[in-house]
Every structure is written in C-alpha cells, then in structure tokens.
Design a protein around this ligand. Structure first.
Ligand code: MG
Length: 309
C-alpha cells in the first residue's frame, strides 16, 4: 500500500482535524486523529508526523504539505446549503418579490409582477390583507390591489398576451422560458427604479430548477441579478411576493374581463371541460383563428374543443 509520511506544524494538524471532521475514525494510541477519505487514511501523531496511506496518499498529502496552500474548505457531509435559498433576513428586510398568474389558464395572458417592498411597509400591507392571492376571492384581490397600488411602491407589471405567447410557443419557447423572461424583465425593471443598495435582494416564486432559469436568461444574453433567491410558495413567506402575486392576479382578471367582452360571454378560467366548451363556442361563432388572440392554443383544450364541434 503506497504511503507518505510528513512532519507538519501543530496548527496545520489542527486545521486538518477540523477539515476532516466528518471523516474521523477512532483515534489510535499516540495519535491526534485518524480520518478516512476516498483517497487515503490519514493519521496525525502527537510528534507532528502525519501518515497518509491508501489508494492515493500523495493527492491527500498535497493539500497540506505545500506551505502556501490555503486551508481547504471543510468537507461537509450531506450538508450543502443551497445557494439560492433566501436568508431569513431577506424575508423580513427590504426586498423585491415577483410572481405570475395565468400560466395554467387556457384563456388569457400570463401576467407577471415584481415589486419592491420596504421593511416598514410590511405591517400596512398585512393590514390591507396582502397574502397569497390563491386563497383570496377575485373580489378581495381587486380591492387589495387597488389599495396597495396607491402606496409608494416601485413595481413592474408585464402582460404577455395570447398572440405573442402563441407566437413564441411556435418559435420553440417553452412556457417555462416565457415565465423566466417575464420574471427577469419585471425584476430588472424594478431594480432600475430603486437604489440597489436599498434592497437586500430579490425573491422569485420558484417554478423551475435554478440552473434551468439561469440557462433561459443566459440564452437571451441576460444575467441573474446579484442577490437573487428562489423559493417555492414564496408568497407565504414574503410580503413582496404576496403583493406581486396580487398585482399579477388582478391584471389577469382585468385581461379576462376584456377578452370576455370581446367573446360576448364570460370566459372560464383554468383548463377544465368548461373551457373546452367555451373554446368550441368561440370556434363556432367566430372561427378558429380567434383563439390565437384569447387562448394558449397549444393546450390540449384546443383539440378537445374541435372534437366537440
Ligand atoms: Mg407563483
């Protein structure tokens, strides 16, 4: 078995012991510690001698024998802090939150809002009833949105209407990419309206894996702004995301009102059988082409509606 022996200073041995915390084995007599890694078994003795034995003792010894080598970061066993999880201080501090609406609805656009909330606005927003819009009736959402939009609160609201959505979809954009770019642009719009040092970060209501999100924006030559964090169900933890959710949802409702007016009847939300029937009704009365301006035509509802004719 290949092995190496080195004499190392006491502080290096101390650093090693910390570094190998999660790999420590029973300490033999006369030793300070013994650790086992994939490369080697390392035994440090009180005399300062350190024995590296095993498959690749040189690779392990190299970390410690070069005087200029900085202390390697401690090996963590299964404890990897996801870098995009927001610190608790973000949720209670000044921050930007973003959320979208309309992604699961056959009729209507995707609306996305980002908003910057200051710490001292939190109580007022809570009093106004800001919480996740999914748990609020359409009427209370409209009322709360009306109240909060009167506040001094930099925000950006983007509406991706159906004709543009369908166009992008036909060009090969996934809905995930559309959502990503909407969030990204809404957030950067808000950042351009505020003093960046005033914000502790950005929280995005997470809908895809972070590397996927980053890949989408990189494909459009954009970069993730500094201090961007992701979290699922973020509206339950962040008042900024909850406010963004209400603004996006209200905009979606308004768009649906307008589309319903054009259609001549109330367009149902969601993507259920009722939606198939409404789509069939539109095809019958106005022709299939009209769906392009009021529906996400790649949803299965289009085919189902055609079967109903
Ligand atoms: Mg969301």
């Amino acid at each position: 078995m290949p092995q190496q022996v080195h004499v190392l200073p006491p502080d290096t041995i101390e650093n090693m012991k910390t570094y190998y915390t999660n790999a420590l084995k029973t300490t033999p007599q006369g030793a300070i510690f013994r650790a086992k890694t994939a490369n080697a078994v390392i035994t440090a003795y009180k005399s300062g001698k350190v024995l590296f034995q095993g498959k690749e003792p040189a690779a392990e010894a190299e970390k410690w024998t070069n005087a200029n080598t900085k202390v390697p970061k401690r090996q963590e066993k299964n404890v990897q802090q996801p870098p995009y999880t927001p610190p608790d201080t973000l949720l209670t501090g000044n921050h930007v939150g973003s959320d979208e609406a309309g992604t699961g609805d056959y009729f209507g656009p995707i609306t996305t809002a980002a908003v910057f909330i200051k710490k001292d606005q939190t109580d007022l927003l809570k009093e106004l009833g800001v919480k996740d819009s999914k748990n609020l009736s359409d009427e209370s959402i409209r009322k709360i949105a009306n109240d909060i939009l009167k506040l001094d609160m930099p925000y950006s609201l983007l509406v991706l209407r159906n004709d543009k959505y369908n166009n992008l979809q036909q060009q090969g954009w996934s809905q995930g990419k559309m959502k990503t770019m909407l969030h990204h642009h809404a957030v950067t719009n808000v950042l351009s309206k505020i003093d960046p040092t005033a914000s502790e970060g950005i929280l995005i209501d997470q809908f895809c894996e972070v590397p996927v999100y980053k890949r989408y924006i990189a494909a459009e030559n954009e970069r993730l702004p500094a201090k961007t964090y992701f979290m699922t169900k973020a509206e339950n933890y962040s008042i900024a995301v909850a406010a963004a959710s209400i603004i996006a949802r209200t905009s979606f409702l308004k768009e649906m009102d307008q589309l319903s007016k054009k259609a001549g009847f109330t367009l149902p939300k969601g993507a259920s059988g009722k939606v198939d029937e409404a789509a069939a009704r539109i095809i019958k009365s106005k022709g299939r082409g009209v769906l392009n301006s009021c529906a996400k035509t790649h949803f299965a509802n289009t085919k189902k509606a055609l079967h109903l004719l």
